[in-house]
Design a protein. Structure first.
Length: 340
């Protein structure tokens, strides 16, 4: 199939975008002479940059933009093929309105007629079952003859990224020779993913009592107050990015420098995997089967509770899926990875 330009509609969430990188690499290998164009939230572009995954980028239309405006921007790409990674109706509708000849995606959200080539979601007994997102995305590009390389998510950290990361850490007080451990307490998904702050503070204090270890608190937009609460709970002051939230390319560099990340089930856990940093992941309301692939040096801690995985943003009862993970268990997992 002669393809000059391929438009890839990126997933919305940071973690999902990182898990799409094996599929983007597969497209690059299968179509080395084609122009690869990504379309998505602009903050994702610096995160994915540097690895040769795309040639051009088109920012996704804002929620206020009309379907006509969104379609016009995509139509200007002159793409022959569109790969729609998100499952949302809007993503497929905008590409359909852009009149891109071939449109590949999953048959979800009543959008089958908007796609020229589609895959059915995996089902058992008539119900959709969770499949690792890495595999879902590879199956999608497999319809174009693109085959994965067997490697998991990978991100490139450029020299500029590293320099910006070093400057940010030094401004917060990191000294040469300090052993850096990153904490990510928040989750843009919702409070149901957040581990009790007092538990995380206990782990942070225990780790910082060891010589030469500093904890850096990472937070995304809107998570600043949570990061400040964590700092206030800790006896030994950590490095805290709440005063100036780091862009994703700098976060990527900080995680590449860190010896370990302790995090909720959110974007930074996937960034850490993609840059080769060990991680302890505290997982509550989400189904681990969506992310159970190419975990690298990752320890996932979770509790099987009767009410989970619920995928609710706010817990309607007592948040047992997260509360029942104890600080001693997290500290033991952290030390296992640090010793390794």
């Amino acid at each position: 199939m002669m393809v000059r330009r391929i438009l890839c509609r990126l997933p919305t969430w940071v973690g999902d975008a990182v898990m799409a990188t094996p599929a983007l690499r597969a497209l690059r290998r299968a179509y080395p002479k084609s122009q690869l164009i990504v379309n998505g939230s602009p903050h994702l572009f610096p995160l994915l940059a540097g690895a040769g995954l795309f040639d051009d980028a088109i920012p996704a239309a804002t929620r206020r933009a009309s379907a006509r405006e969104a379609a016009a921007a995509l139509h200007a790409s002159r793409a022959d093929v569109a790969v729609i990674f998100p499952h949302s109706f809007r993503a497929a509708w905008e590409v359909f309105r852009a009149r891109i000849p071939r449109r590949y995606g999953y048959r979800r959200e009543w959008r089958r007629l908007l796609l020229t080539d589609s895959l059915a979601p995996h089902r058992e007994g008539g119900r959709i079952v969770p499949v690792p997102m890495v595999h879902q995305y590879l199956e999608l590009v497999g319809m174009l003859g693109a085959v994965g390389d067997g490697e998991g998510p990978r991100l490139a950290v450029t020299a500029e990224d590293r320099q910006l990361g070093d400057r940010a850490l030094q401004a917060l007080g990191l000294r040469d020779g300090d052993r850096l451990i990153a904490f990510n307490p928040g989750a843009s998904f919702g409070p149901s993913k957040i581990w009790p702050i007092e538990h995380l503070a206990k782990v942070g204090d225990a780790l910082q009592e060891e010589a030469g270890t500093r904890v850096a608190i990472l937070c995304g937009p809107g998570e600043e107050e949570l990061a400040r609460r964590l700092e206030a709970e800790m006896r030994t002051p950590p490095l805290n990015t709440a005063s100036a939230v780091l862009p994703l390319n700098v976060t990527k560099a900080v995680l590449a420098r860190a010896r370990l990340l302790i995090t909720t089930d959110t974007g930074p856990r996937h960034i850490a995997i993609a840059v080769g940093t060990p991680a302890v992941v505290l997982m509550g309301p989400t189904d681990p089967r969506y992310t159970n692939s190419h975990l690298g040096a990752t320890i996932v801690l979770r509790r099987d509770v009767p009410c989970g995985p619920c995928h609710l943003k706010v817990c309607p009862i007592d948040h047992r899926c997260m509360r029942w993970i104890g600080p001693d268990e997290v500290l033991a997992a952290a030390r296992t990875l640090l010793e390794a």
